[in-house]
Design a protein. Structure first.
Length: 159
């Protein structure tokens, strides 16, 4: 993927590496996990160059419109503990606006612990907080979130 938050790796090198990874995924018919931070425009442009490649945009930080664009191309959207943060308006709006069938929940261990564990080391045992929050946002049961996100993960990773 692309991470423009820090300037220690030149953007052109990141883009070349991302293209190489997308090409490898295409050649091997594998899904990809895309890390994209502060690089929405470049990330989408590269995704568009590889229409046969799909996967998940993990730790999603884009808009609902961007998520819908990705979903229309077969992608999944991954939410972390950010979904539980008080200031996570964009993540909440996106989680409410996109189809449940395209959402996966993830930890991003050891980072992005959900509330009330924010600032502490994250682990898979805290995933239930993201499921509870997603259920609250969408007005459905936690059991429905569990079932849907489990099936989504199976489809995403082809298992």
């Amino acid at each position: 993927g692309l991470d423009y938050h820090y300037e220690d790796i030149p953007r052109d090198r990141q883009q070349a590496a991302f293209r190489a990874q997308m090409g490898l995924a295409r050649d091997l018919s594998l899904p990809v996990i895309v890390h994209e931070r502060e690089a929405h425009e470049d990330g989408l442009r590269i995704v568009e160059e590889f229409p046969e490649v799909t996967g998940v945009f993990h730790c999603y930080s884009g808009s609902a419109e961007m998520a819908k664009w990705l979903i229309a191309r077969g992608w999944y959207i991954g939410f972390t503990g950010v979904l539980t943060f008080k200031n996570a308006r964009k993540a909440v709006e996106t989680a409410a606006a996109i189809p449940l069938e395209r959402i996966v929940l993830e930890t991003d261990c050891p980072y992005m612990s959900p509330e009330p564990f924010r600032g502490k080391r994250n682990d898979p045992g805290k995933l239930y907080r993201m499921a509870e929050r997603l259920a609250e946002i969408r007005g459905i049961s936690v059991e429905e979130v569990h079932a849907a996100t489990m099936e989504n993960g199976k489809r995403l990773y082809r298992i």
